[in-house]
Design a protein around this ligand. Sequence first.
Ligand SMILES: Nc1ncnc2c1ncn2[C@@H]1O[C@H](COP(=O)(O)OP(=O)(O)OP(=O)(O)O)[C@@H](O)[C@H]1O
Ligand SMILES: [Mg+2]
Length: 264
Amino acid sequence: MAITITMGIQKGGCGKSTTTGILAYLMSQDYKVLAVDMDSQGNLTELLSEHVSNDFVGSSVLEAMQQGDAKKYIYEVSDSIDLLPANNFLATFPRWIYTSKTYNGEYVPFKKNPSLALDELLDQVRDEYDFILIDTPPSLSEQTTNALCASEYVVVMYECSNWCYSAVPNFMDSVKGAREFVHTETEVIGILRTMNDVRRSDAKAFNEIIEEDYPDLVFNTIITRKAPIGRLSLYGFKENKELNQAIIQYKDFYKELIDRVQNR
Ligand SMILES: Nc1ncnc2c1ncn2[C@@H]1O[C@H](COP(=O)(O)OP(=O)(O)OP(=O)(O)O)[C@@H](O)[C@H]1O
Ligand SMILES: [Mg+2]
């Protein structure tokens, strides 16, 4: 039975998609992984598939939820990574769950709990994977709520800055909301400090503040800003001469994460 982990924070540009992609890649050396893109930007989709997200119009996680068929929409990235892709039309997900109208005007009734559309979809395939990793958009939207409610664990992405710092408490409340209002078992497994600019004293200060606030949750690994990590969006995982430099820091995070998951 898969363990499902969401990468989230409503602040934009904190490394959610990059982290989800690298984690999927690292996990796939040891496990069978399903990556789920719940962000209409489709960045995880483009990173893993090396196709533009528009190539998946009509064949994405949105149609999978609307038709109640996960397998039909799974895209095979490699032997051990599958992907439920996303594109811009995922932005119409809230309209569909509240009005039953799809983006192309069809009527596809949705009468269940609006927070559990993804959870119910993933139930169809959980026994085929060791891990399911979900990337979320930079908002506390229905896409994020669905991801939280479909997950056992959440990694809070923390870019070392003031605006990300101020986003954390509300994000924590959203995770709590998933537990209390929808009765899921969702819990935060850790806070990952990312995109750390080692030359900036304010970044150092925000690293320390979050550690003081959540001493049991922060991972020891801090991901720094590195050009090869940024260029993953260009070169991907297959023919990337600097892949090792891009993923090296993430190997320590991966070890810490697996340790925590195994010791729960
Ligand atoms: N450690 C890093 N060093 C340098 N660049 C990075 C690093 N991590 C991510 N990036 C780059 O920073 C940008 C934001 O990262 P990413 O898209 O992963 O964040 P995100 O949280 O998913 O953003 P959004 O909220 O828009 O979904 C991207 O251009 C990415 O390539
Ligand atoms: Mg993203």
